[in-house]
Design a protein. Structure first.
Length: 307
């Protein structure tokens, strides 16, 4: 606990009394303690054959003597017991109404000391929740960075590979994993045919048809024509993304930069910018689409964005 203030001795006494009253049967008290205390090993040295009041006295005293170690458990007991308001489980016993009244009075007496502890406990819970949320976020970030780094290494190996057919299949797998990493919902149709990968994904409420080529020469207009014709046969809310690792010929770019723009172009330098962590893939796509809408230019590379 962040609050180092010593627990009120009167509160300790009130807690003993309340614990002794809120349950008549020891098995019910034991069940309550097991479900309330986070460290159940605290109960290991309790002799449950002893009298109930002896059990509660021993438990609370052992926690109080080791207050620095068990302060959170004491606060947990304070808040759990003082929050009780229903004692109907006592009323069916012999002299049940009287037992319920005693339990109610004992809990009310405990509440006089617990308002401050409740605030401390609430603050601790909020701190723990923030710490847990931060740890989970950090874990997600680290996991994301690790996966992106692995894909980067895979791509670098592909760049130097001489196995062209194997390179294509590995690129297909790598690209699908990259799209999945950025939650772009790649469809299962990411398939390679020769040097060309066909697929589809969804981003920002727009469906994209995707093609990729890895060839030595620049991709020319006829290859872009094929993808553009597929896009034009789809609904209006469909675009095409063409990835050519080694870029595009000027005639292909100019042919599809006039009229209705249905394609966005990406090359290997764009992929490297994403894999290096210089820009996220969704942001890259968003900038490319915005630039194409504003200027008509469908081939804006990452380095052009920097300018």
């Amino acid at each position: 606990m962040t609050d180092a203030k010593k627990l009120n001795p009167s509160a300790i006494i009130a807690l003993k009394e309340a614990l002794a009253q809120i349950y008549w049967y020891k098995k019910d008290l034991r069940s309550f303690l097991i479900n309330t205390l986070e460290n159940s090993s605290i109960l290991a040295n309790i002799n449950w054959d002893d009298y109930k009041r002896s059990i509660t006295d021993l438990l609370v005293e052992s926690l109080a003597r080791n207050e620095i170690r068990y302060r959170d458990e004491l606060i947990r007991l304070f808040t759990a017991v003082s929050s009780m308001s229903d004692f109907s489980h006592l009323e069916h016993l012999d002299d049940g109404k009287e037992k319920a009244i005693r339990a109610k009075k004992a809990v009310e007496a405990l509440r006089k000391y617990t308002s401050g502890y409740q605030k401390i406990w609430d603050e601790k819970q909020q701190t723990d929740e923030r710490r847990t949320a931060y740890a989970e976020k950090l874990e997600r970030v680290n996991s994301f960075k690790t996966q992106l780094s692995d894909l980067n290494k895979e791509y670098c190996q592909l760049v130097t590979s001489t196995d062209l057919q194997g390179r294509g299949y590995r690129l297909e797998k790598m690209l699908k994993q990259l799209f999945e990493l950025f939650d772009l919902d790649p469809k299962a149709s990411f398939k390679i045919e020769g040097e060309q990968i066909d697929g589809a994904f969804t981003f920002d409420s727009v469906d994209y048809l995707f093609e990729a080529k890895w060839q030595n020469e620049l991709v020319r207009a006829n290859a872009l024509d094929s993808l553009a014709s597929k896009v034009q046969r789809k609904l209006d809310n469909t675009l095409g993304l063409f990835l050519s690792i080694n870029g595009f010929s000027p005639d292909g770019i100019s042919a599809h930069s006039s009229g209705r723009k249905v394609l966005l172009l990406m090359d290997g330098s764009d992929i490297m910018a994403v894999l290096d962590g210089r820009i996220e893939l969704p942001e890259l796509l968003k900038r490319k689409r915005r630039h194409a809408a504003q200027t008509g230019e469908i081939y804006m590379r990452y380095q052009d964005m920097l300018g």
